[in-house]
Structure formats: structure tokens, C-alpha cells
Design a protein around this ligand. Structure first.
Ligand SMILES: [Zn+2]
Length: 529
């Protein structure tokens, strides 16, 4: 038996219960004693003459008992699953060893296949995107019933949105996969997003531990492993996951490419939470599936979109003059809600159903903004107000893409229903439903900052009913969500939306309840009869 002591590593924090772990390089006498025990007790400790051991750490209890952990090699080959701990009392007397190896190794170390074959086989099995050259090492794999000569092939790359350092253990004589495991382990951590539109906010990220390197990624293990990538001005692909050393993301300005990522990641988390906390919905599809946001799409792109194909959101950078990157809270909520709609009512994106689809996104995007209640991006019934450069830092902006309380302030969206509304672009035909929602939630109230643009409350309704009283945002949102998920179908039009929301209000609050009657009054006030 050849016993060698190569190094003592692992300078870990002091263990609990009065034990301590010795610092790296400590040449503790218990190591030599433990090696001597292995030599003298080879039968009891499953050691072979061709074994060699290197001590990895030593735990010393308060009473002086020692626990020396060793890695094992056999004929110079690393033995996966061959590690063991030798326990001794305070006087150095052997107590027992802990290990999973059941008998001394006697494995033939002549391989039938070479490592190139093993690498090729492992590459064919890797489900992620590989980066760089795989590494391969001949080892003894001793985790199975019978120890086997194998190649430990390590593939580097990205897998399921996270960095991967995947070990594929390939039998060197049969080319069978014996085991695989990812060395990269992640944990939830809280980072700081220095956003463009919402100030400095906490976000959930993950910390990724690779040997000798910890870094962070814009990936949220607490919310479906959702993640955020940088498209670097391309128009296709998944993009690169944002990584960071200090878990502080962006600099509140577009000079740091991570800033837009910070906003998008924040908005994604807010939207996820809103659906979960308000409706008990687990993610966009209701079963918690992972989605992702791609920022820096194309160049000077003034839009954002949801794509059912990739189950992902995409954000442009704006034109750099009038428009900032389109990563504000309500835009994020809007885009994710398209995913919710496609998995529930499936409102077809044309005609009146298309307008209802768009309105659903504006309504829920706004509700996400209210739930966030961010002081830098205060909630309101404007859509996309924070993508305007001129609104940066303005607490009560009056310029936006759309105005739910009076849609025609955009010059395109009708305030009131008419029979040809389905011929308009869905971003304009949505106005009537947005208007309905505002009146249902708030009543005929002129919002802050708009008394100059809206002369009287009579301009907020189509039928002169300025006495209409709102039922509150929460009740209104619950009614809309239930209508969307229970009663609306792919071709629901405005008349059917009235019926669907009345059904929903009846279910939630009772037929003839205040809320039920308010739904009827709000639709009537936008000329949907
Ligand atoms: Zn949309």
C-alpha cells in the first residue's frame, strides 16, 4: 500500500458543535495517524495496495476526537466515490471509517476506448450550448454496484439559462453513460438593480459557485428560474445571460448595458408576484414554467414584444432621443400578460378580440405598476410613460403611449365603442376596454395632472353618466381576470366581453351586487350596451 500525503486544503469556517476545521496547509498529526490506520486496517477500510490517499480536511471536536477526510486514487487514477473519513478518538485510537466503497478496488485500468470517443459520445448527450473544449480524464467510477474504468468528460457551457459545468461519466470499456451531474450549483441571492426607470430596487438573482469563483446571474430561482439576457443588438437567439461579480446591476443610465437588464428583470419579478399574490397564478402559463427577457434587441428599436414561440419577452433600446429602452414596469407587465392571455382566453390578435387582447395587457400592466408602487415610477393609468426621455424624473407625467381614462388623448384610440372599431389597429381598438376598466375601478374622476387636458368629468364618459362610481382596482382586476380565464374565448368581441365580465362579477360578488351593477354601468359609459 502506497500512502501519500499531498496537501490539506479546505479552510472552511469553523463547524458547529464545538468542532473546528483546520486551515489549509495544516500538517496535523492526526493525518499521519489516520494514514497509519488505513495501512494497518486495510481489510476493514477497503483499501488496496494500489490506493493512494490525499487528506482534504480535518475536523477536530472539542473533546479532541479527529475526523480526517481523504480523497482516493487507484493506480494513479482518481476514484469517484472513493473518498472516506477516518475517525479517531482524542488519543488517536481508530474508531471507524465512513465511506461508500464496499470492497477494495481491483479494477483493470486498460481502457478499450480512447478519450476522444468518450468526448464525442458525451457531446452528443449534452443538452445545453457548449462553450470551449470539453476536458476528459480517465478515472475509476466507484459509485455504482461495481467500480468501473471510466472517462470523466466535463462539458462547459449554458444549460437551462444557467452556466453549466456538466460531468458525463462514460464507461471506458462499453461507452455507456454511467452518471452525469452538474458541478455548477446556484443559490438564491438578493441583488441591487440600478434601473433606468425605477430607481434602485432589490431583485432576486442567483449566485453561481464554480471552483474558486462566485458570481451572480440575472436569474431568479424563486420565480420559475426566469432570467434576463443581453441580445447585444442582434435580432435572434437567446442572448447571453447577464453575469456580474458584485450583484449590483446597471448604473441607472444607458451607458451600462446591464441597466436595461436590471429593469427587465425587476419588471419580470413584479409581474410574476402580481399574478401569484392576486390570483394565485403560478407564472405565465399557470404551471410555473421558466420565461426570459431579452434586452438590447436590434438597434434603435422602439418596441417590446412577447413571443409565444420562445415563451419570452423582448425589449428594444428606443431611439436614444425621444424614447429610452422600453423596459418600464407597465411595459413588462403588458408583455407578460400577452403570454397569460394566449394560455387562457387566447383572444385572437385582430378585430375586436385583438383590441381586448391588447387591453388585457394594458390593464394588467397597469395593475402590476400599482402593486409595485415604486416611488420613482409612481403608478397611474398611463401606458409606457416611463419610456419617454422627457418624462425621466417627472413625478406626474402627462405624455404616454396610451391613456386608459381617456384613450383619445393619443389622437387615435376611440373613447367610445362603435361598430367599425374592429377595423382599427389592436393598439387603438383596445381603448374602449381600457376606458371601461378605468371607469369600473375609479369612476369618472380626472386623474392628477390632467385637469388642463380634460375640462370636465363629462368628457370621461360617453353617455353623460358622470355619477358612475368605481369599485376599486382590486375588485375590477379580479373581475377582468376571471372573465379572461373563465368566460372569454378566442373570438370574444366587445358585446361578449360585457357578458363575460358580468358573469365574472356575478360569480365573485353576486348578481345585482354593487360590483355587478358597476360593470354594467361602466360598459354603458363606453357605449358597449
Ligand atoms: Zn401588446
Amino acid at each position: 500500500m502506497k500512502l501519500t500525503l499531498k496537501l490539506v486544503v479546505a479552510a472552511m469556517a469553523t463547524a458547529g458543535l464545538g468542532s473546528s476545521v483546520l486551515a489549509a496547509g495544516t500538517n496535523h498529526p492526526s493525518v499521519d495517524k489516520a494514514l497509519a490506520h488505513l495501512k494497518g486496517l486495510s481489510a476493514a477500510s477497503q483499501t488496496a495496495d494500489a490506493d493512494a490517499f490525499s487528506a482534504r480536511d480535518v475536523v477536530v471536536d472539542a473533546d479532541g476526537s479527529t475526523h480526517v477526510r481523504f480523497d482516493r486514487s487507484f493506480k494513479g487514477l482518481r476514484v469517484i466515490g472513493g473518498d472516506l473519513v477516518v475517525h479517531a478518538d482524542s488519543r488517536g485510537n481508530f474508531r471507524q471509517s465512513s465511506q461508500t466503497l464496499r470492497e477494495a478496488l481491483s479494477t483493470d485500468t486498460e481502457a478499450r476506448y480512447d478519450d476522444a470517443a468518450a468526448i464525442q459520445y458525451a457531446q452528443s448527450l449534452f443538452s445545453g450550448t457548449a462553450e470551449g473544449k470539453p476536458q476528459s480524464q480517465l478515472v475509476i467510477y466507484a459509485r455504482g454496484a461495481t467500480p468501473a474504468l471510466a472517462y470523466d468528460v466535463v462539458m462547459f457551457g449554458m444549460r437551462e439559462g444557467a452556466p453549466s459545468r456538466m460531468h458525463m461519466i462514460v464507461d471506458a470499456n462499453s461507452m455507456q453513460l454511467l452518471d452525469k451531474y452538474d458541478e455548477v450549483m446556484t443559490a438564491t441571492s438578493t441583488g441591487t438593480a440600478k434601473t433606468l426607470t425605477s430607481g434602485d430596487v432589490p431583485i432576486t438573482t442567483d449566485s453561481t459557485v464554480r471552483p474558486r469563483l462566485t458570481y451572480f446571474a440575472l436569474r431568479d430561482p424563486s420565480r420559475g428560474n426566469n432570467y434576463t439576457t443581453n441580445l447585444k443588438n442582434k435580432t435572434s437567439g437567446t442572448g447571453s445571460l447577464f453575469n456580474d461579480k458584485d450583484n449590483v446591476w446597471g448604473n441607472n443610465a444607458t451607458t451600462d448595458t446591464a441597466t436595461a437588464g436590471a429593469d427587465a428583470h425587476y419588471g419580470l419579478g413584479l409581474t410574476w408576484d402580481y399574478y401569484k399574490n392576486t390570483f394565485g397564478r403560478n407564472g405565465i402559463d399557470g404551471i410555473g414554467s421558466t420565461t426570459y427577457s431579452r434586452v438590447h434587441y436590434s438597434t434603435n428599436y422602439v418596441n417590446a414584444f412577447w413571443d409565444d414561440g420562445c415563451f419570452c419577452m423582448t425589449y428594444g433600446d428606443g431611439d436614444g432621443v425621444t424614447y429610452l429602452p422600453l423596459v418600464a414596469i407597465d411595459v413588462a407587465g403588458h408583455e407578460m400578460t400577452h403570454g397569460v392571455t394566449s394560455r387562457t382566453a387566447g383572444l385572437i390578435y385582430s378585430g375586436e378580440s385583438g383590441g381586448l387582447n391588447e387591453a388585457t395587457s394594458d390593464i394588467m400592466g397597469t395593475m402590476v405598476e400599482f402593486a409595485a408602487n415604486n416611488p420613482v415610477n409612481p403608478p397611474n393609468y398611463l401606458i409606457g410613460e416611463r419610456i419617454y426621455t422627457a418624462n425621466n424624473g417627472v413625478p406626474t407625467p402627462t405624455t404616454a403611449l396610451r391613456y386608459m381614462f381617456k384613450p383619445f388623448l393619443d389622437g387615435q384610440s376611440p373613447d367610445c365603442y362603435s361598430g367599425n372599431i374592429g377595423q382599427k389597429d389592436v393598439h387603438y381598438s383596445s381603448g374602449v376596454a381600457n376606458h371601461f376598466f378605468y371607469l369600473l375601478a375609479e369612476g369618472a374622476v380626472i386623474p392628477p395632472g390632467f385637469s388642463g387636458k380634460i375640462a370636465s368629468t363629462s368628457q370621461l364618459v360617453c353617455n353623460g353618466n358622470t355619477a358612475i362610481v368605481g369599485v376599486g382596482r382590486d375588485a375590477a382586476a379580479k373581475i377582468w381576470y376571471r372573465a379572461l380565464t373563465v368566460y372569454m374565448t378566442s373570438s370574444t368581441n366587445y358585446a361578449a366581453a360585457r357578458v363575460a365580465t358580468l358573469n365574472a362579477a356575478g360569480d365573485l360578488f353576486g348578481v345585482g351586487s354593487t360590483q355587478y351593477n358597476a360593470v354594467a354601468a361602466a360598459w354603458s359609459a363606453v357605449s358597449v350596451l
